[in-house]
Structure formats: structure tokens, C-alpha cells
Design a protein around this ligand. Sequence first.
Ligand SMILES: NC(=O)c1ccc[n+]([C@@H]2O[C@H](COP(=O)([O-])OP(=O)(O)OC[C@H]3O[C@@H](n4cnc5c(N)ncnc54)[C@H](OP(=O)(O)O)[C@@H]3O)[C@@H](O)[C@H]2O)c1
Length: 304
Amino acid sequence: MSTTAKPAQTVLITGATAGIGRATALHLARAGYHVIATGRRAAELDKLRAETPAGARLDTALLDVTSLASIAAAVVEVDRLTGGRGLDALVNNAGYGLVGPLTEIADADLRKQYDTNVFGVMAVTRAFVPRMRDRGRGRIVNVSSMGGKMTFPFMGAYNSTKYAVESLSDALRYELRAFGIDVVLIEPGAIHTNFAETSMAPVSEYANTVYGAAIARSETLQKRMMSTAVGPQVVARAIHKAISRRRPAARYVAPWYGSFVFALLAVIPTRATDALFRRIGYLTPSALRKPEQLTAAASASARG
Ligand SMILES: NC(=O)c1ccc[n+]([C@@H]2O[C@H](COP(=O)([O-])OP(=O)(O)OC[C@H]3O[C@@H](n4cnc5c(N)ncnc54)[C@H](OP(=O)(O)O)[C@@H]3O)[C@@H](O)[C@H]2O)c1
């Protein structure tokens, strides 16, 4: 009987400097995986390494998912860390939310949102798939969102990136299965991380638009949603399941009871949910400024 221990499975996580990625890195390292935690901020990666429990294996590497040079350097580092074997699993987690009215969001901001949440996922996936294909096995876990199947007021930019991740993941699942590679989606609901703060940061930019009053009040909506939030460990456990199950589901909602919302939305007519979202997003005629009101306000402030 062979006494050789099975090597630990190697998992790379993007966006491990905060929130869900960080919690997942620590969770998987504790569970015995060889974790390669990646991110843009070296100091945060150092802190993460320092927090790794004794006996667990957690390496770090710099990786900005919007930079092809950074991705290429990470591939070289992974080859070095795994002796050329490559990854058993890739967790595409890095991402952020851009909040704002779609007609007012700057084109550059919209492109940056897609560069990170969509093109970043694809570029990182393309970089690590070849080694998995060579070995005839691997798993790709894409962190989408419940907002990858439903759209909230002022979150169309962000939600649309997650709709894209859902569709791309479905196609990747068809295209990679014959090579022994499985693709799994994680759909978190409201989770306590830096996400809400980052996504709400630019809303003051829209104060002088027709949506000014409505978007200011949308902070209340955000707070209401976050009052139902759970900790990032809930998502870390779902990612663990997605990596460890022999036959994983195509999607895991985290927390699981979020699937009731999808079930409910499936039977409510779209016109009815539209009305609900307009109301909770303060997108009613009384909450929106008319363009002439904006002109009057601008000339009043110009007169001093
Ligand atoms: N929190 C929620 O309620 C929620 C709900 C549904 C889905 N999600 C999804 O969960 C994922 C993780 O978000 P989170 O909630 O953990 O938010 P978070 O606490 O803000 O963490 C986001 C992580 O993504 C990283 N990141 C952003 N842009 C990057 C880039 N270009 N390259 C590499 N890393 C980058 C951040 O790095 P820096 O530290 O350098 O900024 C950070 O590590 C995202 O895909 C998000 O869309 C979150």
C-alpha cells in the first residue's frame, strides 16, 4: 500500500485582499487546500499571510484582473508555486459595483466596470484554462450575484456585468466539460463586505441631474438591503462546496434562501415588479427633477 500523501489541491482566488475573497482564502486554507490568494494590494496580502493558521498553506501573488501583464506574471508565479502543474480550481471573485443612473454614468466608468467584472473574469480564465485542459481536470468558480438574474434601480451597470458573467459561465460550462473542467456560478445576496461602501461612493456625482433627489434617497434602499446581509463566510462555504463536490450544481445561491426571491420573481408579472422597483428606487414623477428645474437651479447658483 502506498503511503504517499495526496498533494493538496491548489486554488487561486482573485480579489482576496478584502471581503468574500479574503474570507474564502482563509476558509479554504483551513480546510487543507493550497491557496494562492491574489490581489492588487501587497500590504493586504502580507496581512492575510500573517493571519494564516499554522500548518495551512497560503501563498500570495499580485494580480490586477484588468492588466494582461499582471495576469501573465501571475501565471508564471503559479507555475513556480505548483512545479508547472497549474491550478485545480480558479475562483474569479474580484469585482465591484458601479451605482448610478444609466444615462448619466460616464462612458469611461462603464467601461472600467466591464473591464473588471467581465473582461477581467474572461482574461484570467483564458490564462489558467490551458494547464487544466492539459491535465484533463479543473474547476472554475465564478462569483456572480443574485443581481446577475435581477436588476435593481441605479444598479443596471453592475447588474448587467453579472448577467454577462452568468451567460459566459453557462457557455464555458458547455465548452469545457469534455476536457474535465467544470464551471460553477456563485450567486451571493447581500453580504457584509466593503462592497456597499465602494459602490455608493460616487453617487454624489449625480446630485445635479434629474435623478439627484432619487439617488440620494437610494442610500436608504441600500441600507435596507444591507440590514438583511450576512457575513462573507456564508459565501466562502458555498465556494468550498462548488470546489469540493464531485458533481457540483451549476449555481449556488448564498445564502441559500435567496432562491425563494428568484422563485417569487418567476411568477410575478414584469410590469408588477417594474412598479415595485420604481417605487423602492424613488423613480416616481414627484421624486425626479424636471430638466427646467435643473436649469433654474444652475442659474440661481451662478447668480450666487
Ligand atoms: N458584498 C455583496 O453584497 C455582494 C453581493 C453579490 C455579489 N458580490 C460579488 O462578490 C465579489 C467580491 O466582492 P466583495 O463583496 O467581497 O467586495 P469587496 O470587499 O469590495 O472586495 C472586492 C475585492 O475585489 C478586488 N478587486 C476589485 N478590482 C480588482 C482588480 N481590478 N483586480 C484585482 N482585484 C480587484 C478588491 O481589491 P482591492 O482591495 O484592491 O480594492 C477586493 O479584494 C464581487 O465580484 C462582487 O460583485 C458581492
